[in-house]
Design a protein around this ligand. Structure first.
Ligand code: DAH
Length: 355
């Protein structure tokens, strides 16, 4: 039987002398590990007489606890020292200039940021939904009944049907997120929905994947005047100049009444100038949310009302930053991105300017 005092002195000394966490753990294993010296001593208890056990049992236990406490205390000290050493050696010089010569923010992302900033200022939150949608959210709940001709206008990409014959779609617009939001949140609702959308279409002004920003406001009193004010203010803020707008009656299944909004523009040589001139350009669709859509989402149209709008982000980016062909946007040409891209470090904000 080893002298417990000797054991204690030996290991207490080794613990105190350990100068790194690995070394400390080796001492712990040598003393308290399964085959450690203290553990082996505890195994000899079985062969002792009852009287011996009465003395040695508690003595060994307290030795074990004392050594364990010493290990823990030393561990705390060593961990603190390791952290301080890391803090001292891994300093970052915040005054160094940033290397801003690699990578730019795509103009579409920049424009989405700008839109989010303007609408945030009007009290809108951002909502998102899946790119792969079911028929209910993309069409039926938005008051496109099955077989309705308006469905065909969307040039939908369908996925392979599942075992029951149901076909998921690549969402043709961001409007399904209106449905998801109204079914999961209680009004008042005031959201914009930026995101990717897909239609089987490709020419100078259409790409199979494009971007929209949708808006939705639902409460008890919002009316068409609010819709107009919201969008007129948005256009002037976005184009950073006074923009004259007009609203033309239109048809969308999910709004009633529905309208399209145009902005005044003129063409000077190759350049398009927004805000002035004698021409009108269609910019977005909007309207008051159709009572059927509210009902489909479990809202009572006698109690709730509101407006919605949807606009093409890529088109607005082209207009604001003067890009001639929509398809270039997604060609992944480094030179184009370098020319039209934005610094990812400059955050759009209303105080110091959007771009
Ligand atoms: N979802 C429509 C489209 O992609 C755009 C739109 C029009 C959205 C009117 C709306 C709206 O929310 O009220 O063509």
């Amino acid at each position: 039987m080893a002298d417990l005092e000797t054991l204690k002195t030996k290991y207490a000394g080794e613990i105190a002398a350990a100068d790194n966490l690995g070394g400390l753990d080796a001492v712990r294993v040598a003393a308290l590990g399964k085959k450690g010296e203290v553990s082996l001593q505890m195994r000899t208890l079985g062969q002792m007489s009852a009287d011996e056990k009465k003395v040695m049992g508690p003595a060994l236990n307290s030795l074990k606890n004392e050594l364990a406490a010493l290990v823990e205390a030393r561990k705390t000290v060593l961990e603190g020292a390791a952290l301080n050493a890391a803090l001292a050696s891994e300093t970052l010089d915040m005054s160094l200039p940033v290397r801003a010569d690699t990578g730019t923010l795509h103009p579409v992302m920049q424009v989405m940021e700008e839109m989010a900033v303007i609408f945030a200022d009007q009290g809108f939150a951002v909502a998102e939904g899946p790119d792969i949608e079911d028929d209910f959210h993309n069409f039926t709940a938005l008051n496109f009944p099955p077989g309705h001709p308006a469905r065909d206008m969307h040039d939908t990409f369908f996925l392979k049907p599942d075992a029951d014959g149901n076909k998921m779609v690549l969402r043709t617009h961001t409007s399904p997120v209106q449905i998801r939001t109204m079914m999961s949140q209680k009004p008042p609702i005031r959201i914009i929905i930026p995101g990717r959308t897909y239609r089987c279409d490709s020419d100078q002004t259409h790409t199979p994947m494009f971007h929209q920003v949708e808006g939705l406001v639902i409460d008890k009193t919002t009316h068409m005047g609010h819709l107009k004010g919201c969008l007129m203010d948005f256009m002037s803020a976005f184009f950073e100049t006074d923009v004259e707008t007009r609203f033309r009656p239109h048809h969308f299944p999910f709004t009633e009444p529905s309208a399209e909004m145009d902005v005044r523009y003129e063409r000077v040589g190759d350049e398009i100038r927004i805000g002035q001139g004698d021409k009108w350009m269609e910019i977005l669709g909007c309207g008051m949310v159709h009572p059927n859509v509210l009902k489909n989402c479990g809202l009572d149209p006698d109690e709730y009302q509101g407006f919605a709008f949807g606009m093409g982000v890529d088109r607005l980016a082209m207009l604001k930053y003067g890009m001639p062909d929509l398809r270039d946007m997604f060609a992944g040409d480094g030179r184009w991105l370098e020319h039209y891209g934005f610094s990812p470090l400059l955050q759009a904000n209303l105080a110091t300017g959007l771009s």
